[in-house]
Each structure stands twice: as structure tokens, then as C-alpha cells.
Design a protein around this ligand. Structure first.
Ligand SMILES: Nc1ncnc2c1ncn2[C@@H]1O[C@H](COP(=O)(O)OP(=O)(O)OP(=O)(O)O)[C@@H](O)[C@H]1O
Length: 297
């Protein structure tokens, strides 16, 4: 067994008794969030957890990625052009670039799903429009006809919760004084950070707040600079395999887009997403993406 698989099993074992107990007491699908830094392994964790829960624990488990809930291409362009000065919205990814109505509707249907009513799972194709991406036509979305016991919902900003205006401002001042790990909030105007924060608030109200999840796995690291290293390694591997990929400075710019989110919202997630204890596991990775430690929150 690979070290990664044994880490995933170890973390899953911490949550399993609680998952089984909730499964026995509630007919609704259990929502397990997976959040983590760029390239930290969210999709790898999600797919192995689906496999383990289904094949070894008899729990019918599916996964959905926040990436499948983006706005359509037309809506993404309209969103970008609404405020073309906001650099955070030049590409998809930030809160505001997903279709929160679609997301809220999907999760509401999922909670009410009794099986046999063919629930459709939204899909987004990142390759459309030269990489700008577009939603896959609804008739091509996969359908499920059996109520899932567990739904693994993964995304880079899953688990983030909005800050007050004063706290966003304070973070930006800290960044301007060079007191945050990478200081990226200083690279954006306050009003632009607040625009993302406002969208995050809407997400949390409608589909991404603590009230919408049962459990959360957070893949983290003590040193945010590791994220640049992991993403560069990932791209170098891709170039070695396919002969093409992003240049190093493009990779850095790409990761820079996510850093303000990490620098604004990770502190709160690290303290705990839920009010109740025992529902969240924080996995802290070392520089080589090995597990340094596991914390139950
Ligand atoms: N612990 C690990 N050690 C080494 N490589 C890993 C580890 N976890 C994942 N990888 C590899 O790193 C790459 C990124 O993993 P994955 O796509 O699961 O991450 P992600 O967090 O979902 O990424 P993204 O943020 O880009 O969506 C994959 O090639 C995966 O095989």
C-alpha cells in the first residue's frame, strides 16, 4: 500500500464510526467536504475515499467537485466584464464564478433524493473555449438513480467562510506591512477582495456553509510557499509526459490567484469549520506532500 493510501485510510478511520452512526440515524445523504491547497491532492483523496467507502464499507458514495458548478461560459464572460479591473475575476476559480443557484438546487435535490428519481450531476468541461471552459449540456450530465449514502464534495475554497469588512481590511493592512506568509492581499484593491468576500457569503448562505456539511477533511500545510513548489512539480511532470505546459512564471501567476483566498480564509478554517467538535480532520502535509500530522477538530 502506498504511503498516500495509508494516510487516507488513517484519516477515514477517524471519521468512519461517526459516518456509520449518522447513516443509521438519518436517511439523508451524508455530505463530506474535502478542501485543500492547489495540488495538495483533493481529487486523489476524493476518489480513493469513494472507492473505500463503497467497496469496503458498503456505503454508496459519489463525488462532486466545486469545479463542476462553474457558471456557463457566457455567464463567466459576463461576470469577468462586469468589473474588468478586478484581477481576481480574470479567470474562473474565485467565489462568484460558480453558479450558486445551480449549486443550491443540486444540493437541495440531493438532500431530498429518495432514489429512482434520476438525479443529474452537473458537469463542466474545462477544455471548451480554449481552456476558458463551459458547462456540459444538461442532457450529457451523469444520472444517478440510487440515493447516495455519502457525497464527497471537494473544492479549493470549500470550508472558507466570509470575514467582516473590518477583518478583510485588517488582513490587507497586514499584507501591506509584509506580515502575512506571501502577502498577496496587498496586490489587490480592498473593494475587489470585498467583492469576492461578498460572493463567498452568498455561497455559504446557499450551499457551502457549515450547515450544509456533515464532515470536513482539510488538507493543509504549515508553509504556504509549498503550494508553489507542488504546482511547479506537477507542471514539470506534465511537460515531461506531454511535451507542453505552463512556463514557471505562468505557474506562479496561477497560484498567486489562489493565495489571497488562503491568506484571508485559512486562519478560521484551521480553528474549526463547525461549531461542534469532532467533525473535522486537518491533515498537515510536509514539503514533499507526506503527512506531517493529523489533527481532529
Ligand atoms: N501526497 C502526494 N504525493 C505526491 N504526489 C501527489 C500526492 N497527492 C497528489 N499527488 C499528485 O499531484 C497531482 C495533483 O493531485 P490532485 O489533482 O489530486 O490535487 P488537487 O488538490 O485536486 O489539485 P487541483 O488543486 O489542481 O485541483 C496529481 O498528479 C497527483 O497524482
Amino acid at each position: 500500500m502506498s504511503p498516500l493510501e495509508s494516510s487516507i485510510r488513517r484519516v477515514l478511520n477517524l471519521l468512519l464510526p461517526k459516518i456509520h452512526s449518522l447513516h443509521k440515524s438519518s436517511p439523508q445523504p451524508i455530505i463530506l467536504g474535502i478542501t485543500g491547497l492547489q495540488g495538495s491532492g483533493k481529487s486523489t483523496w476524493a476518489s480513493l475515499i469513494v472507492k473505500l467507502l463503497t467497496s469496503e464499507h458498503g456505503l454508496n458514495t459519489i463525488t462532486i467537485s466545486l469545479d463542476d458548478l462553474y457558471k456557463s461560459h457566457d455567464d463567466l464572460i459576463a461576470w469577468r466584464e462586469k468589473d474588468s479591473r478586478n484581477k481576481l475575476y480574470r479567470t474562473r476559480g474565485q467565489p462568484g464564478t460558480h453558479d450558486e443557484q445551480l449549486a443550491a438546487q443540486f444540493f437541495a435535490e440531493l438532500r431530498g433524493c429518495k432514489g429512482n428519481d434520476a438525479l443529474k450531476i452537473p458537469r463542466f468541461d474545462k477544455s471548451k473555449f480554449n481552456g476558458e471552459g463551459d458547462r456540459v449540456p444538461e442532457e450529457e450530465w451523469p444520472r444517478i438513480t440510487t440515493k447516495p449514502d455519502v457525497v464527497v464534495f471537494e473544492g479549493w475554497c470549500v470550508g472558507f467562510q466570509p470575514l467582516s469588512l473590518a477583518d478583510v481590511e485588517k488582513k490587507q493592512q497586514l499584507a501591506s506591512a509584509g506580515k502575512l506568509p506571501v502577502n498577496t492581499p496587498a496586490k489587490h484593491k480592498l473593494e475587489h477582495l470585498l467583492e469576492v468576500n461578498e460572493s463567498l457569503k452568498k455561497y455559504c448562505d446557499t450551499f457551502m456553509g457549515p450547515q450544509h456539511f456533515d464532515f470536513m477533511i482539510h488538507i493543509d500545510t504549515d508553509d504556504l510557499l509549498n503550494v508553489y513548489r507542488w504546482r511547479l512539480e506537477q507542471e514539470h511532470k506534465l511537460i515531461a509526459a506531454k511535451g507542453t505546459g505552463m512556463k514557471d512564471e505562468e505557474v506562479r501567476a496561477f497560484v498567486d490567484g489562489y493565495m489571497p483566498g488562503y491568506e484571508l480564509y485559512l486562519d478560521r478554517l484551521r480553528v474549526g469549520f463547525f461549531d461542534e467538535k469532532g467533525k473535522q480532520v486537518r491533515v498537515v502535509l510536509d514539503g514533499e506532500r507526506g503527512v506531517d500530522r493529523v489533527e481532529e477538530l
